[in-house]
Ligand binder design. Structure first.
Ligand SMILES: *Cc1c(COP(=O)(O)O)cnc(C)c1O
Length: 390
């Protein structure tokens, strides 16, 4: 019997080690990791630069405290603000925690505007995390069962429907922010229409709301730009990052710009581990590597190549509803639930995941060769074809 709480439905496999795109289990079996620990190891496993940065920092100082200056944190803040065009950052240890900081900033924004019960607009099928605040923001009722009353202060509307948000602006005066994933990840890899984020930006501007963009899954170069919202040149007020930021070292950040960046004051918020020297050393190496190797552009090129491959292999396949993606964030939607594909793919030597019941999701590393990308397409297409013909 396991001493671990039963929070995860784990597949019967134990990862022993990794290198680049590949993982090996304790039996010596090899896997192409097209999931990368759920959008985390974008530079692949055992990345030499990240390993060296972490080892060297661990030999110097792992943790000090936010009671003192942390040069790595200062440097990482500057780098993140540069690539995201933001002014300031608060460092946390995970995506959910980054979003908690975003939610607190939105509420402080409301407080400054003398709004007593500030409301944040959120979306159907959104995923923002599992802490009580980020869970309340999440648009999946199944994962809220049993946890009692949710944090109030969220109004939910359909995703990719700017008119629904505009309608709220006309009827309410207690809204302080919109919180949105530029591409919904857990909700099924939903890419909104190109004019959606610009429309949200305009509604926020017209009503003095903050535009909060959750880039935890879609950010850090995954979609071809550093952040998915940059695809249409939108500049949010607040941005949440995590997942690929540390390539496996736990770190998240809440970035903000303009007035939103000034709302947190001494005593407003904090985290013991947040932005510690070790996690920041990893993230600094991630940004430097992505930049010097132009990996965001590579992610886009690989994504285009794989989508072409999937379209060629699957588009005539009855049962395939839609093939979509941007860069290293892809979804193949089937006409039926297919959770068993995770285990079947594992048996075929590919790690992927199924989200929203019937969307096969791939979040591969940006460092793959073209041949390896083709190999993933080949194996996954075969798997889906066989599954659908049974
Ligand atoms: C994964 C994810 C989160 C939660 O991040 P954790 O590190 O698991 O807390 C929040 N938002 C989005 C969009 C995510 O994909």
């Amino acid at each position: 019997m396991s001493a671990l709480m039963a929070t995860y439905g784990r597949l019967p496999m134990t990862v022993a080690r990794g290198e680049g795109l590949r993982l090996w289990d304790t039996e010596g079996r090899e896997y192409l990791d097209a999931l990368t620990g759920i959008a985390v190891c974008a530079l692949g496993h055992a990345h030499p630069g990240v390993a060296k940065a972490v080892a060297s920092q661990a030999n110097t100082l792992i943790h000090s405290s936010n009671l003192y200056n942390i040069p790595n944190q200062e440097r990482l803040g500057e780098e993140l603000c540069r690539i995201a065009k933001m002014d300031k950052v608060f460092f946390a240890n995970s995506g959910a925690e980054a979003n908690e900081a975003c939610i607190k900033i939105a509420r402080l924004h409301g407080h400054a505007r003398h709004i007593e019960n500030p409301q944040i607009v959120v979306f159907d099928n959104a995923f923002h995390g599992r802490t009580m605040g980020s869970l309340a923001a999440t648009g999946n009722d199944k994962i809220k069962v049993g946890f009692g009353q949710m944090l109030e202060g969220f109004i939910r509307v359909p995703f990719d429907d700017a008119a629904a948000v505009e309608a709220l602006a006309k009827t309410r005066d207690d809204i302080v922010a919109v919180m949105v994933e530029p591409i919904q990840g857990e909700g099924g890899v939903h890419i909104p229409s190109d004019d959606y984020l610009p429309a949200l930006r305009k509604i926020c501007d017209d009503n003095q709301w903050l535009l909060i963009v959750d880039e935890i899954q879609s950010g850090m170069g995954r979609t071809g730009d550093w952040f998915a919202h940059q695809h249409k040149g939108v500049l949010p007020d607040v941005v949440a990052v995590a997942k690929a930021l540390g390539n496996g070292m736990p770190i998240g950040g809440c970035l903000a710009r303009g007035n939103a960046a000034e709302l947190m004051q001494p005593g407003s918020h904090g985290s013991t581990f947040g932005g510690n020297p070790l996690a920041c050393a990893a993230a600094l190496e991630v940004i430097a590597t992505m930049e010097s190797e132009q990996l965001p552009a590579r992610a886009k090129a690989l994504g285009d190549r794989m989508l072409d491959g999937f379209n060629a292999a699957l588009h005539n396949q009855p049962g395939v509803v839609n093939i979509r993606g941007r860069g290293m964030m892809m979804g193949i939607e089937l006409n039926q639930d297919c959770p068993e594909l995770m285990g079947k793919a594992m048996d075929e030597g590919v790690l992927l995941n199924v989200t929203a019941g019937r969307v096969v999701r791939l979040l591969p590393p940006y460092i793959m060769s073209d041949d390896d990308a083709d190999l993933i397409v080949e194996r996954v297409s075969k798997l889906i074809t066989e599954f659908l013909s049974n």
